[in-house]
Design a protein around this ligand. Structure first.
Ligand code: ADP
Ligand code: MG
Length: 290
């Protein structure tokens, strides 16, 4: 099966697709979590996937990376079918996964074990990646000596060390305090597309719609039961993006509306109990879905 070439109005998106999935579905036993999902990322694109809690976003990312084998459908990277986990697709998980008995540098070097390179080269690469994420002074620190934000930077450095083409980010800032998360959010886009990295595109899963509008070029909406991709929305705002842009909050509202009302297979899925509407003092019409 050959991946379709998706062409869109935006000339930036007329480039060749990077990561493509067609008809992707995953079932635990007989129960499909998501089905018939189509997604395409293009070069230098930051894509987001949103959906209610439990709609299968994390499972979808794992299936894209072949960390679990999809029940149906196909994944292609640069035109080649993906059939097993590959260092070309890296993932940063929401739980900050660093090994406490290893220094920052050794945590990053772990990603290079599958590469046939000597220890000296692995050390050099891991130092370069730690430098990239702003941890050049902490290569010999252990996770217990670092803040949550620093540990997540180590995870990002490890994900980048294997020279992936696609970075999958599963709610990477959800366990960080808001200030630290904000700093990392501001850095992640330029980090992902830094010429020092091999990355061509990134896919962020998040239920923080402000984060999604801040970062994504395009947003896929998952909903329904079982879930599928029910909509795709382009975010056309200049970067760097701030809520001071009058259209920023319009996009947040649009995404919230999509999540609240999208009906799939005749079954409506509402935001889960932990999804809160947060009234912003300055703009009461503006809502945050967290
Ligand atoms: P999300 O990331 O959107 O919150 P997940 O991908 O974590 O959703 O989970 C999607 C659904 O899959 C949930 O309803 C969850 O209960 C179910 N699920 C996750 N892991 C398992 C499992 N090991 N066995 C059966 N069902 C599971
Ligand atoms: Mg999840």
């Amino acid at each position: 099966m050959a991946p379709c070439v998706v062409t869109r109005g935006d000339s930036r998106l007329l480039s060749k697709p990077e990561l493509v999935c067609r008809g992707l579905g995953f079932a635990f036993g007989a129960n499909y979590v998501f089905q018939n999902c189509d997604l395409t990322t293009f070069k230098d694109e930051f894509v987001a996937v949103i959906g209610p809690t439990g709609s299968g976003k994390s499972t979808f990312l794992r299936a894209l990376a072949y960390l679990i084998t999809p029940t149906t459908g196909h994944v292609f990277l640069d035109g080649e079918e993906v059939k097993s986990p590959s260092s070309r697709i890296s993932m940063v998980h929401q739980s900050i996964a660093t090994f406490p008995w290893m220094t920052a540098q050794d945590n990053v070097k772990l990603a290079l074990r599958c590469k046939k390179i000597c220890n000296g080269e692995a050390t050099e690469t891991s130092r370069k990646m730690l430098d990239l994420v702003g941890l050049s002074g902490h290569v010999d620190d252990y996770p217990k000596e670092m803040s949550g934000g620093m540990r997540q930077r180590v995870s990002i450095a490890r994900a980048l060390a294997a020279s992936p083409e696609v970075l999958l980010l599963d709610e990477p800032f959800v366990h960080l305090d808001e200030l630290t998360a904000n700093i990392l959010r501001q850095e992640i886009h330029s980090l992902v597309f830094n010429p020092e990295t091999s990355l061509k595109s990134a896919i962020l899963v998040s239920h923080n719609l402000h984060e999604v509008v801040q970062l994504a070029d395009r947003v896929y909406v998952m909903n329904g039961s079982p879930s599928t991709i029910v909509d795709e929305i382009g975010i056309d705002l200049p970067r760097p993006r701030t809520e001071r842009n009058p259209h920023f909050l319009d996009y947040v509202d649009q995404l919230y509306h999509e999540l609240s009302l999208k009906n799939c297979n005749g079954r409506l899925r509402h935001p889960q109990p932990e999804a809160k509407l947060i009234e912003q003092p300055s703009r009461t019409a503006h809502r945050a879905y967290r």
